[in-house]
Design a protein around this ligand. Structure first.
Ligand code: G3I
Length: 362
């Protein structure tokens, strides 16, 4: 009898322990996917600890870099699928909702893509063909396996005008519908997205609402718009983020938070182009050995306020993806100031979940 009670007690304790170990993804089951961007060391499995966190807490993945033009299509007749193949295989092995990022983007664009042998822009016809070849080759390779594509990334600037990218300068506004048409032809079942940062800015918001409606009016498939969600301690406000979220949802597409992180460091001039890297200044790297408690408290409050906003609009949001697994992974440790120690993600450098998640997972 005594042994039975001891075993029952042990099982009870174990079940309580197991119950407390709910993954973040489980806390939002039925609400939206919880995703993370994967870097190369996580994709090849070198970062074993990070991969364990990923499997337990996330159910969607996006390629941080390996599917970008200069990495996957470095020369016109050369594709490098090695890492992208491993990324997709990892997602399939772990039953993840797999996102391809990104088919058309002005940054990390392979040098050859928009230029001829003389270094001049290619003609509109040549660029359209190159876009079609690029998109068709990549999307076809992962047809039925990659469930959603960031088709066009960061096409609109803050005032609502088109970014003066080679795509825009050669093809005008038509480069966007063309990209969506090519992606849909390659995989009719894949979800297709627009994606950008600073989506709370009114000029950009109005332009994307118009663009979404234009794509829909043309009968093109667009499933959702990605609000990247790169935030700081003093931007954006929850209210202005919600205003934009509702404006995008009002067009009838879903909304996704696609690259969520929140820098815990002083905001530096957020240039529109990530090449605006400022020289390293010690004052801009104030917490190299850890975040002061009072700063961490504010950071967690802001993150919880946004996660509560996402839950409030779970009927409009299909995915919340963090731009990395843990703080050490983050691009924010090197932008806009190299050599920083930032604390922007859902898991800390010890791979522990940030406190704001406790309310949802405990
Ligand atoms: O792979 C090379 C490596 O071989 C080389 O030794 C090293 C040093 O030059 O560079 C490595 O490539 C870097 C790559 O990240 C992988 O680490 C590139 O220089 C670097 O520019 C690239 O930065 C990425 C950035 O996009 C530009 O592509 C960041 O990791 C990535 O987090 C960031 O993500 C973007 C999204 O795609 C779009 N939205 C904004 C977001 C932040 O900029």
């Amino acid at each position: 009898m005594r042994n039975t009670l001891i075993i029952a007690a042990a099982l009870l304790v174990a079940s309580c322990g197991a119950a407390e170990e709910k993954g973040v993804k489980d806390a939002f089951e039925g609400k939206f996917y919880i995703g993370a961007a994967l870097n190369a060391s996580e994709i090849v499995g070198a970062d074993t600890a990070g991969v364990e966190i990923l499997k337990k807490h996330f159910n969607s993945i996006v390629a941080e870099n390996c599917m970008k033009c200069e990495e996957i299509h470095p020369q016109e007749d050369v594709y490098n699928f090695t890492l992208a193949d491993k990324f997709v295989e990892f997602g399939e092995e772990n039953d993840m909702f797999i996102i391809g990022h990104c088919l058309v983007w002005h940054s990390q664009l392979a040098k050859w893509f928009a230029y001829d042998a003389e270094g001049n822009y290619v003609t509109p016809e040549v660029l359209k063909q190159r876009m079609k070849d690029h998109i068709t080759t990549i999307v076809t390779r992962y047809k039925g396996r990659v469930q959603g594509w960031d088709v066009v990334n960061e096409a609109i600037v803050e005032d609502g005008s088109y970014r003066k990218s080679p795509f825009y300068e050669i093809l005008g506004e038509e480069f966007i519908p063309w990209a969506f048409e090519c992606a849909h032809a390659a995989d009719p079942d894949a979800e297709l997205y627009l994606n950008d940062y600073g989506m709370n800015v009114p000029g950009r918001r109005d332009a994307y609402v118009k663009l979404i409606n234009d794509l829909k009016a043309r009968g093109l498939r667009i499933d959702a718009i990605g609000m990247q969600g790169h935030m700081g301690m003093d931007y954006p406000t929850v209210e202005e983020f919600e205003t934009s979220l509702l404006a995008y949802a009002g067009t009838g597409v879903n909304v996704m938070i696609t690259e969520w992180d929140m820098s815990a460091l002083p905001t530096v001039n957020m240039g529109a182009n990530i090449s605006d890297i400022e020289e390293f200044k010690a004052s801009l790297n104030p917490y190299p050995d850890g975040l002061p408690e009072e700063v961490a408290a504010v950071w967690n409050e802001r993150m919880k306020a946004f996660m509560d906003l996402f839950l409030k609009h779970a009927d409009k949001i299909t995915r919340v993806t963090a731009w990395g697994i843990s703080d050490d992974d983050s691009w924010k440790n090197g932008w806009p100031v190299r050599g920083r120690t930032d604390y922007p993600l859902l898991f800390d450098r010890n791979l522990e979940p940030k406190p704001f998640l406790d309310e949802y997972t405990k």
